[in-house]
Design a protein around this ligand. Structure first.
Ligand code: UD1
Length: 460
């Protein structure tokens, strides 16, 4: 628990408004206040505040930018042979119990307008399975297919940690062994005003924000889970966000490409659909692979076309990665090496007259993709959007539950059509990962069966 030396730190940074408040509290509330401040890195906030005050607007160091080298979707026989080799290697990593899965699920579904952890959102077209169920079933199917073990790590935040665990508990971990599903919480960082004042949220708390998905690799280390995994012989981590129901969990081809290139951080990208799509872009910046967020790039860059009239910087970030555990250990060695970003946010606070009022604040967070330029060896692979990427972010419009349901339905229909089954255009199809993980498995499962599909159908 934070002790009273914490008060010295507040004094050092001239946070007299917080100290003044503290001294007005009764003893038990003072203890609660100190307890709630536990694990907050106040020195870090003030050092970030100083750094960001010294620069006017971030320059993003976008000096020497080029499209990065990216493994393309295989077309030639040579490329197909490479994929085959990658798949075999990826499968052997899975079989040899080298791969763990991390899903970052700390964010709030505020853009989606959904109360509760985003992983508990009912996503699938017919069965309305939640995102967590879908991912857990994929892992169960992989474990059965390869007769292996594959830990599932879920990063939560303070707001949704308990609800997330309760959800898995109440669904019996969707058939996974309880001790192979591990939950850990990301860190929090205090927000600060542009003038450099910490903000009181209520009697016993400062205003804080989750430290970004970049905090996942730090929390994995600090929680001791990284050490446990490495001790058990795991070497690679498959990473994805909770919002993409199309993700191919622990895709063996991807893991194989990652291993063949001895990569420390690997990434899957899709072609940007248009110049306004809100995705990060995979690039080579100053000679190193990196991802820059669309909001950090100038419009002329986002709209640049190549000589054939195609989007020049086409590689959209799916936020699907593979990390070597050694690399995660390395970036945590002697402090966490990932840089912070600043976002401006208006927050509501109760002022000293007891009235609700708006206040400008800065919040700091880290992005997991900022680990890419820290790596000596990276790998980036293009994948087919329709097969792997349809995130649920907004209540409606692009990247919404509707677009994701259509994508899942279309994908499963195409698997059936690939197996020679005809499906009426208005019919909905859903295939459980426990029935088939991919189109090849589906074809095997329904071989020799006469299927006449007229109505919505679930394969489970
Ligand atoms: C993110 C990427 C973007 C990528 C897109 C793909 C960033 C800054 N941008 O955008 O490059 O093209 O996904 O879908 O990441 N999360 C936490 N803790 C946090 C913050 C986020 O666990 O503190 C999790 C959320 O639960 C969510 C995911 O990270 O699953 C994405 O976060 P979000 O801030 O929504 O990023 P996007 O704008 O979706």
């Amino acid at each position: 628990m934070a002790d009273k030396s914490f008060l010295d730190i507040l004094n050092k940074y001239k946070q007299h408004h917080v100290l003044g408040h503290y001294h007005t509290l009764p003893a038990e509330k003072q203890n609660l206040f100190l307890k709630n401040l536990d694990k907050l890195d106040i020195d870090l906030v003030f050092s970030l505040h100083k750094n960001f005050s010294d620069i006017q607007e971030p320059s993003h160091h976008l000096k020497d930018i080029k499209p990065a080298e990216i493994i393309s979707i295989p077309e030639t026989s040579e490329e197909k042979a490479f994929y085959k080799k990658a798949r075999a290697l990826g499968e052997s990593l899975i079989r040899d119990q080298k791969v763990a899965v991390l899903i970052v699920a700390g964010g709030q579904g505020s853009r989606l307008g959904f109360e509760g952890p985003k992983g508990t959102f009912p996503a699938t077209p017919i069965m309305k399975k939640t995102l967590f169920q879908l991912f857990a079933e994929s892992i169960k199917a992989i474990i059965e297919r390869y007769n292996t073990s594959m830990p599932l790590l879920i990063m939560t935040s303070r707001e949704n940690h308990r609800d997330t665990i309760d959800f898995f508990e109440s669904h019996d971990y969707f058939g996974l062994k309880k001790d192979t599903v591990r939950f850990f919480m990301q860190g929090m960082i205090p927000s600060i005003t542009p003038e450099g004042n910490l903000i009181l949220k209520d009697e016993a708390n400062l205003f804080t924000n989750p430290d970004g998905h970049g905090g996942s690799l730090k929390a994995l280390h600090d929680s001791g889970l990284l050490r446990d995994l490495m001790k058990k012989g795991f070497t690679e981590l498959f990473y994805c966000q909770v919002d993409n129901p199309l993700v191919k969990i622990a895709d063996p081809v991807f893991l194989g490409c990652h291993a063949l290139s001895k990569s420390q951080v690997s990434t899957k990208v899709v072609r940007r659909t248009n110049i306004d799509e809100k995705v990060g872009i995979y690039l080579s910046i100053n000679g190193r692979d990196a991802i820059a967020e669309y909001s950090d790039l100038p419009p002329e860059f986002l709209s640049a076309l190549d000589e054939n009239g195609n989007i020049r910087y086409w590689a959209g970030n799916t936020a699907i990665h593979a990390f070597s555990l050694e690399f995660i250990k390395h970036i945590n060695h002697r402090g966490y090496a990932v840089p912070h970003h600043r976002a401006r946010k208006t927050i509501e606070i109760i002022d000293n007259k007891g009235l609700l009022t708006n206040l400008d604040s800065w919040k700091f967070e880290t992005f997991v993709f900022d680990t890419i330029p820290l790596a000596e060896r990276t790998c980036c692979m293009e994948v087919v959007r329709e097969e792997e990427f349809s995130p649920i972010k907004n209540r409606d419009g692009a990247d919404s539950p509707d677009t994701a349901r259509v994508a899942m339905n279309n994908q499963h229909k195409s698997w059936l059509e690939n197996a020679g089954v005809k499906i009426p255009s208005m019919t909905q199809v859903e295939i459980s990962p426990l029935f088939a993980l991919d189109k090849e498995e589906l074809r095997e499962k329904i071989k020799g069966k006469e299927l006449h599909i007229q109505e919505d159908i679930y394969f489970g």
